[in-house]
Ligand binder design. Structure first.
Ligand SMILES: [Zn+2]
Length: 475
């Protein structure tokens, strides 16, 4: 392989490099990145004039120049004046969704223009554009926490393809409500109708080699059968525990979130946004060693689509493929097809209140010592795969986390949410060499995490320019 690195080195000299990599090669020479400021993802102080040595796809050494010798045979890349951070990890994405309403006809129904079965067939056959957008954005690992069964094929792709992030997958979601958005012959939502169904679904997922069990915990409005629903959530948790699988729960209500923790949830995705979290919630989350993935940007994303606001004012879209990017225009949804509530000021106001609750809760939860991860819910309308991480990180900063805390949330803690903290998430000897080289200081403002110059996954170094969508990659 090494084409990537040679390409990268050539690019430094020639400013022209468009070739891409093939696969990691353990025979390749080590690479040493020298002179940058290193943030290793552990939260400890940054190291000036650092050296990161990468050998056979792993970090051999990352630290001060006098502590990390540069092997004589190494390819040296001088990255002075830059910052090195661990590869970002988005702990909440959906490859069964496009980033727009064609993948969510429950939001805006345009199935006559964009037949859902065709949208899904395309997602399955052409995930490449999204994989590339992640890498281009400095995201080297993602967790797909709910989708059609084909998504279970993605982890293999993530391990073998240098142009793909590594991928964890939860498979079809178990849902407490009977949600209709399925294909005629495939389900992404498994309705938890009774105990037998729940046990069967978890066992089926386990047999498929799933990385987690994802559960939509939404209390059906009628009939008020709280005890029955809560009981089924416990059945799912028990089966997941028996199978050695983490339970990831979508719970946006405070009551449901607490109940999910009591049942044994390992990860909560989405904020509690109907209320401010209370001491009981904090105590439960701490005791349960829960990881909280706030997932705030997605709420704005829906609002942007409904109110025809430009998504590119939230985060840069140059890593996004042109077809997806073309949805970011005011007339993407025909005027007469927008649902009436889309422009209802009362709905927008309610949404704003939810975002405010979500932001306040992040601060309370983080200050209480509970692990906070970063996840975007990318694939939902207005939340594009890849660069939406920048907006989510910005919102965590806005909530009151420091830039360094946000970086740790977006690497080490998210790696934990993915169950891969032994391998990724920090830049320490022995870990996979997944990192990002930035041109701006992310400790001053976490928005500088968007200033990506280079991305390394598994020891393969890519100049960002070579990761832009193929249709727009410059020479
Ligand atoms: Zn989601």
């Amino acid at each position: 392989m090494r084409i990537g690195v040679r390409c990268a080195l050539a690019a430094l000299l020639l400013s022209s490099c468009t070739s891409v990599d093939t696969e990691p090669d353990s025979d390749a020479r080590p690479i040493a990145l020298t002179g940058a400021v290193l943030l290793d993802g552990t939260g400890s102080v940054s190291i000036e004039d650092a050296v990161v040595v990468v050998d056979a796809g792993r970090i051999a050494c990352a630290g001060r120049r006098d502590a990390c010798g540069v092997p004589g045979e190494a390819d040296v890349v001088d990255v002075s004046g830059h910052w090195i951070i661990p590869g970002l990890v988005d702990a909440h994405v959906h490859f069964s969704q496009t980033g727009w309403v064609d993948g969510r006809p429950d939001a805006v129904d345009l199935r006559d223009l964009h037949p859902y079965e065709q949208v899904q067939a395309r997602l399955k056959s052409q995930p490449d554009r999204y994989l590339r957008a992640y890498l281009c954005s400095g995201v080297t690992s993602v967790f797909d926490v709910g989708g059609y069964p084909w998504t279970w094929t993605l982890p293999e792709r993530g391990e073998s393809d240098p142009l793909s992030p590594r991928i964890g997958v939860a498979g079809p979601l178990l849902s407490t409500i009977d949600f209709w958005l399925n294909l005629p012959a495939e389900s992404q939502f498994v309705y938890m109708v009774d105990e037998e169904t729940v046990r069967g679904a978890v066992r089926y997922h386990a047999a498929q080699g799933t990385d987690a069990i994802k559960l939509w915990y939404i209390m059906p409005p009628q009939p008020p059968d709280t005890a029955r629903v809560a009981g089924l959530v416990r059945v799912a948790a028990e089966e997941a525990r028996d199978a050695g699988l983490p339970l990831i729960v979508h719970a946006t209500g405070l009551w449901e979130a607490k109940d999910a923790i009591r049942a044994g949830a390992a990860v909560l995705v989405h904020s509690v946004f109907d209320d401010q979290v209370d001491d009981e919630f904090l105590a439960l989350a701490r005791e349960g060693d829960v990881i909280y993935t706030p997932t705030i940007a997605v709420m704005e994303g829906y609002g942007d689509v409904y109110l025809r606001q430009p998504i590119d004012s939230r985060y840069p879209l140059d890593c996004v493929d042109p077809a997806t990017r073309s949805f970011d225009r005011p007339d993407a949804v025909p005027e007469d097809r927008m649902p009436p509530f889309a422009s209802d000021p009362a709905v927008a106001e309610r949404q704003r209140a939810r975002v405010e609750n979500a932001l306040a809760n992040v601060k309370k939860i983080f200050d209480a010592g509970i692990a906070v991860a970063m996840g975007t819910d990318a694939g939902n309308p207005g939340t594009f795969h890849g660069p939406s991480v920048y907006r989510e990180m910005e919102l965590l900063q806005e909530a009151g986390m420091s830039p360094v805390d946000v970086l740790v949330a977006s690497s080490r803690v998210s790696a934990r949410a993915l169950g891969r903290e032994v391998e990724i998430g920090t830049l320490e000897a022995g870990k996979r060499a997944d990192l990002v080289v930035l041109t701006q200081d992310p400790t001053l403002d976490v928005r500088n995490a968007a200033a990506v110059a280079w991305v390394m996954k598994d020891g393969v170094l890519h100049e960002r320019r070579t990761l832009l969508p193929l249709e727009t990659a410059g020479g």
